[in-house]
Ligand binder design. Structure first.
Ligand code: 0RA
Length: 673
């Protein structure tokens, strides 16, 4: 998402105020002038930021121990309504400003949360800017406070109060309800994405254990919604989409959820939630048998995708505690270089680390990295003692974990040795070009093309149909590609992949040299079906992981074979998409028909099921001849995407693989993977 370019002249996080200055009124005009500075962007990210901002205030009230329920409802008229059962924002008239505290909070920049000073004030990170910013960017906002036996209401338009805070009814409840409608003059798109909201709030529910979060999508509800009558929208029992999240176990529940479809190595999940010198530290972890784990960090409930000091503290503690335990129990030898490395102890680990800090600092390219130095010793200390205790109390689990780490270490050592052997200078270069490769006669890489073709039969057609001057063909059998992608030695133990690496000419890993590439066009040619998509995904992943420069240079392509051959008399046309087919048929003056492979008014439509069905001439004509062919240049993003779906396609979780293939079958056909 594009971020605003302007920089705040005084401070990264906004103008700096001391505690006394907070009562100096500042209008909301700066917010409307430079919304991006306060909410990141005026696109969809910024729009949803409004919801997070209002939600965060209610969530903080819950974290301070005063609320346990928050309800977020999308209402007709593009209204978002957030209700909590906390203390209610104070409404009494403020000494200095002579206006209601509620009005001050709603109309003053940076006034949010400055009242309850001693409470755990954790919102604020990148954009914890206060609800007044939401008010400034809304055409309409209504604040409703239930406290001291009354219900108090104030409404605003573009941040300006429309009435004094007034008591409109008596109430036996306490809490705050904020409803707002985003200003279309500010946002390029004001349509909220329900799924985005659900996903974000589910994550928040894991991060704040014991908090009940309800999300209701009543935007399409046709009847009247009289929300003044109820505190919770759910009391109206509307038949609309809704979700409820409540996780008693906090991060323990999250790790359980993340490992739901995994084969777990040990039953007990390690969990700790403790404070250390003013820093809250919550950590949960569990190993899985697969090598791909997950490591997630949060700081003040904000996801830190680039890690930071909390993650560093965790890693240090994990490595030290596991080594100490292993040595103490004679599971590894005490002398040096038997120690488990950080990589050894993190293989197959699912862990979530969440810290709560009174002051928070972010750094890194996208401000996704925690910089606060106090998080590191806090997490290190809390995890060190709690994890040591966990291992003592669960010797069975401990044994499995250490054994697994030792196995990772052995595999890593073996991989390193194998890699050194394989890569020993000259080994790959010394190999002759693979027998399966039908090379081109040109030695000029710039004009040379390598077709990587699925299957021997299609490979045969391609060899016959090609222009041998500049086109080389390497047939690959897909199944053999199905190897462990993370390990270079295992990968190179596949004859097929070794052949590919030798053909490419670039070598691999430390020896990789793009200038030695033998072809500047490397073209993946697979069938337009699910198997073809699978093999293409494997190859994309292989290039993404081990030959990223080839992709960056723009050398990698995907061939697009036609789906149909359409013939009328002497005219033959090829359709590469369903749209193409419609167009061609229209030109040939027939309506599209489902009656494929039948002659309709002298028109013959042949559907290609695989490359193998094409004779060499047709393959040349449709897919290899530079004059006619359609090539898709692979971008790093395409490959990254493939790498992501790789786990789904190759992982042990058969049901999600099936679901993926079913839901993507169509796009796979269009190479839209
Ligand atoms: C400061 C003080 C008090 C309540 C709140 C803030 C508060 C703010 C929001 C925003 C959304 N929901 C909220 N709930 C509470 C109360 C101080 C007191 O009563 O002593």
């Amino acid at each position: 998402m594009a971020k605003e370019k302007e920089k705040n002249p005084t401070n990264e996080k906004g103008p700096k105020y001391s505690a006394e200055d907070i009562y100096v009124l500042e209008g909301l005009e700066p917010v409307r002038k430079r919304p991006g500075m306060y909410i990141g962007s005026t696109g969809l990210d910024g729009l949803h930021h409004l919801v997070w901002e209002v939600f965060d205030n209610s969530r903080d009230e819950a974290m301070a121990g005063y609320a346990n329920e928050v309800e977020v409802a999308l209402l007709p008229g593009n209204i978002v309504r957030v209700a909590d059962n906390g203390r209610g924002i104070p409404v009494e008239v403020h000494k200095k400003t002579k206006v209601s505290a509620l009005e001050t909070v709603m109309t003053t920049l940076h006034a949010g949360g400055k009242f309850g000073g001693e409470s755990y004030k954790v919102s604020g990170g990148l954009h914890g800017v206060g609800v007044s910013v939401v008010n400034a960017l809304s055409t309409w906002l209504k604040a409703e406070v239930h406290r001291d036996g009354g219900k108090y209401v104030q409404e605003y338009k573009i941040g300006k109060p429309q009435n004094k805070v007034k008591k409109v009814a008596s109430s036996d409840k306490t809490g705050t309800i904020v409803s707002f409608s985003p200003d279309p003059d500010i946002f390029s798109d004001t349509k909220f994405n329900f799924q985005t909201i659900v996903d974000h709030l589910r994550q928040q529910a894991y991060l704040v254990k014991g908090l009940k979060i309800r999300i209701i999508d009543a935007r399409e509800y046709k009847g009247k919604i009289d929300d003044a009558k109820v505190f919770w929208i759910s009391d109206l029992s509307l038949l609309v989409p809704s979700y409820s999240f409540y996780f008693e176990g906090g991060l323990l529940s999250l790790v359980k959820h993340l490992n739901k479809h995994e084969d777990v190595l040990h039953e007990n999940i390690f969990y700790v939630d403790k404070e250390y010198e003013g820093v809250g530290v919550e950590v949960a972890l569990q190993y899985i048998t697969d090598i791909t784990g997950k490591e997630m960090g949060f700081a003040n409930n904000i996801y830190t995708k680039e890690g930071g000091t909390h993650i560093t503290g965790f890693r240090t503690a994990l490595t030290r505690v596991l080594n100490d335990y292993a040595k103490k129990n004679n599971l590894i030898k005490k002398e040096a270089n038997e120690s488990l490395s950080g990589e050894d102890v993190r293989e197959g680990l699912t862990v979530v680390v969440s810290v709560k800090l009174p002051e928070i600092q972010f750094e890194g390219q996208t401000k996704g990295k925690l910089g606060s130095t106090e998080a590191r010793p806090a997490v290190d200390s809390v995890v060190s003692s709690a994890l040591a205790e966990f291992l003592e109390e669960h010797p069975q689990d401990a044994k499995k974990i250490i054994e697994r780490c030792i196995l990772s270490q052995k595999a890593r050592k073996a991989a390193k040795a194998a890699r050194e052997t394989v890569l020993r200078k000259g080994v790959l270069e010394g190999l002759t070009l693979p027998g399966k490769l039908a090379d081109c006669s040109s030695k000029d890489a710039e004009e040379s093309e390598l077709y990587i073709v699925e299957g021997d039969s299609a490979g045969g057609s391609a060899k016959q149909g090609r222009d041998r001057r500049f086109q080389a063909i390497l047939p690959l059998r897909g199944k053999i590609l199905n190897v462990e992608r993370a390990r270079i030695d295992k990968m190179l133990s596949s004859k097929e992949i070794r052949a590919l690496v030798v053909a490419l000419g670039t070598a691999i890993a430390d020896e990789f040299d793009i200038s030695k590439a033998r072809y500047h066009r490397i073209i993946i040619m697979t069938d337009a079906d699910v198997d073809g998509a699978h093999i293409r995904t494997l190859l994309l992943t292989l290039f993404f992981r081990h030959f990223p420069e080839i992709i960056e240079k723009g050398y990698l392509y995907i061939a697009q074979p036609p789906l149909y051959r359409i013939q009328k008399g002497k005219i033959v046309k090829y359709a590469y998409t369903e749209d193409d087919k419609e167009k061609i048929l229209k030109e040939m003056k027939v309506e599209a028909s489902d009656d494929e492979n039948k002659k309709l008014t002298g028109i013959n439509i042949q559907r290609y099921k695989g490359l193998g069905e094409m004779n060499p001439d047709q393959l040349w004509e449709t897919t290899m001849n530079p004059q006619n062919r359609l090539l898709w240049q692979v971008t790093v993003q395409d490959a990254q995407e493939a790498d992501k779906v790789f786990d789904i396609l190759m992982g042990t979780d058969v049901s999600s693989r099936k679901r993926f293939i079913q839901s993507h079958a169509k796009s796979v056909k269009n190479l839209d993977i």
